[in-house]
Structures are given as C-alpha cells and as structure tokens.
Design a protein around this ligand. Sequence first.
Ligand code: SF4
Length: 442
Amino acid sequence: MADGEEKRRQPAGPSLGRVAERLDPLAEPLGGAASDDSSDSSDSSDSSDRNDWNDWNDWRWQLRNRMRSADELAQVFPLTESERQHIDGGRAFEVGVTPYFASLCDPSDPTCPLTRQVIPQIAEQHRATYERVDPLGEDPHRVAPGLVHKYPDRVLLLVTDTCAAYCRYCTRARWVAGHEAPLGGDGLDAALAYIAAKPEIVDVLVSGGDPLLLSSARLGHILDRLAAIDHLRFIRIGTRVPVFLPMRVDAELCAALRPRRIPIYVNVHINHHRELAPLTRDALARLADGGVPLGGQTVLVAGVNDDADTLRETFYAMLSARVRPYYLFHCDPVVGTAHLRTSVDHGLGLMRALIGRCSGMAVPKYCIDLPGGGKVPLWPDYVEAADREALTVTDWRGRRWQYPNSATCEVSTGLLDDTGLLDNEEPATVVDGQGHGTPRTR
Ligand code: SF4
C-alpha cells in the first residue's frame, strides 16, 4: 500500500486528554521557573514523573518528558504504520519533541508547519544525489575538540550535541544527538588554547546542539574563559531553546549570558510566527531585558514558511519580540531532507516579494552555504544595465529607472519606458501590499 493511502491512526489512550489539557500555550504558569542546580541537561528517559503535570514549567521535566518513540508521539500525533516503523527503527536522526512544543502543533492539521519540523516523514529515507552527510564541510576543519576553524577571523565552538527537540532538516544531524558528554575538561582546554594562540580570531560562535542546554554554571564558565581571551571582540551563541523550551530561560541563564568585557549576541532560530507563543515571547523579553542583543536565524523549509505572507508575518513577529531577523538560510542539502527544501529560485522570488513590501529591518540576508566555501548571500538582481554615466535599475514594483552612476555625470534620475526617460516627477501615492498605487489625498 502506498504511504499516502496508509491509514493514519488517530491518537488514543488515556494520556491524550491530559496532554491536550496542558497543550495550551496560553495557559498560566503552574509554578515558578525551575532553579538551576548546575547539572547539565540529560537525555535520560527516566519516566518516573511522566504524569506529574504540575511540573509543566520545569524545563528539566520538559526534557525528561520529551516524546521520542513512536508510541509516545502517537499519543498526540496521528501516525501511519510506516511512520511508526520509521521512527522506531528506520530513521537516521534522533527524534524528540518537548511537550511544550507539541502544545503549539496542531495534530489535526496534516499541513501544520510546526509538526512538519519535528515529526519524521518516510521521505527522510530518500537520499537525493546532491545531498551530503556534512553539507557545510565542517568536519575537515575540526582543529581541536569541538572547534571548527573555516574562516580567518572566526571559529565555531560546538559545546554540546544535545537539543531540546530535533529539527528534521538539521545541518549537523551527523553529529547532533550523538550522546557525547558536553565539551569540558581537557577538550575545552585544548579548544580555548587554540583560540588563544590565534590573535586573528575575533569572534567565536558557540553552538552545538544547543548551548543553552548546558547548565548555567557550565555555560557561564565557558563564556568567562572566552571573554578572558584578549583578542576576542565578541561572542555569538546560536540557540533554539526559546522556541522549544522557553522555561529554560530563567534568571540564572540570563545572568550567565550577561555581557562581559565583550558583548554576547544570541541568535535565535525561529522559522514560523506560530513559534512566537506567549511563553517564547516572555523568554525573549527576559533575555533582552538582561542586556542580551537578539538576532534571528530562519531556515527556509518547504511546507513551513515558503510563502511570502508567512515569512513577512514571521519577521514582523520576530521584530515585535525584540529579535532582529538576521539570516534566512536556504535549507542545507543534508541527507534525507529533499522534501523540506524549496528551489533557490523560489527563495529568491520570496526575497523579491519581501523587499520593498515590508520594513528593511524585517528583511534578513538570504544565504546558501557552500561546503568549505562559506555563506553566499543571494539578493534579487535589481540592476539591469550600468555604464559610467548611469544605471538602469528596477524598483520593487518592477518599474525601470535611470539613476546617475558617478558624482560628475550629467544624467538625471527618472522613470524609463520603452522610448526612454519619462519627463515626469514621481507622483505622491499610497501603495497597497501588492504594489498598486493610488494618488495620495492631501
Ligand atoms: S536546534 Fe539546531 S542543532 Fe538542534 S536539531 Fe534543530 S537545527 Fe539541529
């Protein structure tokens, strides 16, 4: 039987009602945020407190109660028999969903953009010819434990392989969820010694896995030691914790992320405006109030955010949550992710649909990432022709313009048509979202 014809078994069982009851992201907190006892997060499957719903706002409870097996997922998400077998035996990459993130998903909607990011599909078993295990070519550039050095003045420090939930398109699926111990001891010493010996390095990107799953004490210790390296000018952290596990952003974590001699920028991976639920917005506000500058990284994922309206709303929602959209990454060609990838052409079309139609602050850089070649920003081409005197450009509405190219040229700025420069002034107009103008009334 073809997969599409397979019957999806609807969730059933005594726990569904309780899950659904708690799966309300607008629910008031049941108690205070958990304190951090400085132990790192654990992938422990200890289920002794699986039904203690009063601990919903305890991030450790959320981690312990992640849905990881087909049986656990099937309590909330309808799965076919093939999907169940894939999750329990055939998949190549870890599965894990926090109860909190599951609460944002709509299991009754087969096109739910949040479900699609964390629930495996059979299509993961297909390998496109161009896909790679290490699509960014990081492994050949490992210079010390956890340390990748690809660019002259910056390095990537991978401090843990654990995430709160596992994105199906993860670029580092080859390594993430490998159940290795967090970077520490001799490994951390060696990585920091390498950085300290290279004065040309000014920027360390701390990533993983998710660095915010380290204990606050361990994360603070790593940041203290990095900040003590004189030639570093700033530190960046990449995380998806505010989306998957916002209750983790407690006072101790905010204190660990405080600026030192050098600033610490936190880039939050956000793909869809529905991820910015109240608990996530509160977590982002705690970080921002704690003096942490926030940027946003979004992955363009087919069926999740690959239309202009969704992206525009997502970037505006990020800005209103104090997160400046920074990168829109084309989905890297990691093995088993073709079903989650758009064409690059489509991505450029989305950028063209955004530019001019929404605030420049809401338009991130769209990038592909080359193995060993780094990020390449892609921008729709607005320059039709250029010589020493003038440029011919198109504006966001598709109209052609002449624009002076040099300070000494004698051409003027003006609209063009097929016969040449139009002798007119741009009329004052009010423009709708589609770029149609109507005369402005005075
Ligand atoms: S949070 Fe980042 S590192 Fe973790 S699974 Fe998602 S993409 Fe991969």
